[in-house]
Every structure is written in structure tokens, then in C-alpha cells.
Design a protein around this ligand. Structure first.
Ligand SMILES: Nc1ncnc2c1ncn2[C@@H]1O[C@H](COP(=O)(O)OP(=O)(O)OP(=O)(O)O)[C@@H](O)[C@H]1O
Ligand SMILES: [Mg+2]
Length: 312
């Protein structure tokens, strides 16, 4: 499968000396919805700025749609819709006029279809009712939607969205997820950054995990989640007793989560789940629930880093 984005040893050291991205080898398959996941300060925006030719890498190479960046920016960028941290807007212009102006600055955009394309983009991000209001009066979420609309003015082969749901309410987040799925169904590759695990889990086919400028892992979302083992979860009012029995049976990491839940690692070779339930029942533990909870991306992240999902 061809790669929509590929980087080799991509590195950025800012003049301050801060190494923001370190020897990044990223492969974003064409047609994927690729989640670029990492805590605040892990280098996501820096990577995206390099991919879009906005800043020069210190070392390494990047190709976007098969062309080297930033060298081929002029031929590549018209095929890419981008939303990068805090879209630049003219506050004194309406949302609609911002888009008309933005489109007019694009030499590849057809002026004859401009008004219709702007209206369609506004509609697509749910901003049509507010299209006539001045952008400076927009909320953060509305500004974010307007930035997204700008990325959708033309059909694109690739969308690069830096934290597209930043500032949106839950309803807005849902709408963006739906939009991303629709775009992907049309064949657009979507590369989106996020620090929200469940967002990535809900919408992405692939994921790369960054921490402190370094890539921890990349691949299909399902593979990553599978690498983190699920968690044994026992629901019972007799938490202390259940914890004791599980420990006696050799279950690792037994923890009383609250007054109704005990968790632990799934049993290893030689122990069946039914052995555990049988022992719990024999001891008089009142079982309300028992099973292996599916591993989440968060579990995977913790398994990868050995720590929480914290700011660098
Ligand atoms: N212009 C700059 N000059 C110096 N350091 C910078 C600059 N921009 C970012 N950094 C630093 O580089 C590191 C990576 O920042 P970056 O903005 O790429 O992270 P991010 O993953 O996008 O974070 P967030 O989730 O908060 O948006 C951080 O330590 C940040 O402080
Ligand atoms: Mg960022």
C-alpha cells in the first residue's frame, strides 16, 4: 500500500535548544484515518508544521503524497487540506467572507464555483447559521469549525488536522467524528492529532503514539489495543474478601478500585477463568459480575510507557 505521508529520521530542534521531534519514522497508509496521539508537548504540532512545509526540519526527510517536503510544497499543498493550531482568521470579516478570501488566495481554486463551495463547506461543519457573523464573535469551537471548513473548500487527497476537536462541545466532537468518517469513506486520507485516547479509538484505523518527541509505536489501532492485555474485573460487595481470594490464587496486580470493584491482571497459563469464579464462590464471595474488560488504548499507552498519560 502506498504511503500518504512518510518520514525518515525527521528531527526538529528549535533554536531554544528544545528537541521537539527526534528521528521520527512515520508511515501513514493511503486511505487510513491516522491518529497522531501524544500528551501536550510531545511534538505533534511540530511534526505537522514540518509536514506542511511551515518549518524546516533540523534533520531527516518527509514525503507527502509521494513528494518531498518542503521542496514540493507548491504542487503538494493544493491537494492537502490542513487545520493547524489556532486557524488565522480576520476577526472583522464574517465566517463566510473569511472563507471567500481564503479561497481567493488559492491559485488552484476555481472562482466560478467559489460561492457554492464556500456554502457547502460551511454547511458541512454546521456553521451555515452563523456564516454571516463576524469571526471575532465566534466561540473557540466555532473558530475551529471555520478552520475545518477552510480545509474542506476543495476535494482533497489528504486532510491534516491538528487537534480538530479542540474547544468543541461533546455534540461538536461527535459531528467532527462523523465528518471524518464520511471523508474517509470518500477515499480521503485523514491524519489527525489528538491527546484524547478515546477520540482516536473511536474514529481511527491507525495510530502512532508519541511521547517527548519520540515515536513509541505505530500501526493499526486494533493491534495496539490487543497488545495491552485486558483487565480482570470482579464486581462484588465483598471486595476485600474477593481481593484476598484472587491473591491466594496467584492473580497479579490485584487492586480494590471502589466498594464494588476489584481488578487484576488476567490469569496466566494453567489457570482458567472458571477456576477463579469457582474459588470466589466457594469462599462465599457474592459475585455480581466477572470478566475480562477489553483493553483500551489507554491501557496500551500505559503498557508502552509504563506510566500515565502525562504532560512531558
Ligand atoms: N517555536 C518553538 N520554539 C521553541 N520550542 C517550541 C516551539 N514550539 C514548540 N516548542 C516545544 O517543542 C515541544 C513540542 O511542542 P509541540 O507544540 O510540537 O507539542 P504538541 O504535541 O503539539 O503539544 P500540544 O498537545 O500541547 O499541542 C514542546 O516542548 C514545546 O514547548
Ligand atoms: Mg499541538
Amino acid at each position: 500500500m502506498a504511503a500518504a505521508i512518510e518520514t525518515h529520521g525527521l528531527t526538529k530542534r528549535y533554536r531554544s535548544g528544545r528537541l521537539a521531534v527526534e528521528r521520527l519514522d512515520l508511515v501513514v497508509p493511503e486511505g487510513s484515518v491516522f491518529g497522531y496521539l501524544g500528551p501536550n508537548g510531545s511534538g505533534k504540532t511540530t511534526t505537522i508544521r514540518m509536514l506542511m512545509g511551515l518549518i524546516e526540519p533540523t534533520a531527516g526527510t518527509a514525503t507527502v503524497l509521494g513528494e518531498p517536503m518542503p521542496r514540493a510544497a507548491r504542487t503538494v499543498l493544493p491537494q492537502v487540506g490542513a487545520l493547524i493550531e489556532g486557524p488565522a482568521l480576520y476577526g472583522f470579516l464574517s465566517g463566510r467572507d473569511n472563507l471567500l478570501r481564503y479561497d481567493a488566495a488559492d491559485p488552484t481554486a476555481d472562482p466560478a464555483t467559489r460561492t457554492a463551495r464556500v456554502a457547502a463547506a460551511l454547511d458541512r461543519v454546521g456553521l451555515a447559521p452563523a456564516a454571516g457573523r463576524k469571526a471575532k464573535a465566534y466561540s473557540l469551537g466555532m473558530k475551529q469549525r471555520l478552520g475545518l471548513a477552510a480545509a474542506l473548500l476543495q476535494p482533497r487527497r489528504l486532510l491534516v488536522l491538528d487537534e480538530p476537536t479542540n474547544g468543541l462541545d461533546p455534540q461538536g466532537m461527535r459531528e467532527i467524528r462523523t465528518l471524518v468518517r464520511e471523508l474517509a469513506a470518500d477515499g480521503t486520507t485523514v491524519f489527525l492529532s489528538s491527546h484524547l485516547l478515546d477520540e482516536i479509538e473511536q474514529v481511527c484505523t491507525h495510530v502512532a503514539v508519541m511521547a517527548q518527541g519520540r515515536l513509541l509505536t505505530q500501526g493499526p489501532v486494533a493491534e495496539l489495543a490487543a497488545r495491552a492485555r485486558g483487565r480482570l474485573t470482579v464486581t462484588t460487595p465483598d471486595t476485600g474478601q474477593a481481593a484476598r481470594v484472587l491473591k491466594e490464587l496467584g492473580v497479579a496486580g490485584v487492586t480494590v478500585q471502589d466498594d464494588a470493584t476489584v481488578t487484576g491482571e488476567p490469569p496466566g497459563e494453567g489457570t482458567e477463568l472458571s477456576d477463579l469464579t469457582a474459588a470466589l464462590v466457594r469462599d462465599g464471595v457474592r459475585l455480581r459480575g466477572f470478566g475480562i474488560e477489553r483493553a483500551s488504548l489507554e491501557d496500551a499507552f500505559v503498557a508502552l510507557t509504563g506510566e500515565g498519560f502525562d504532560v512531558a
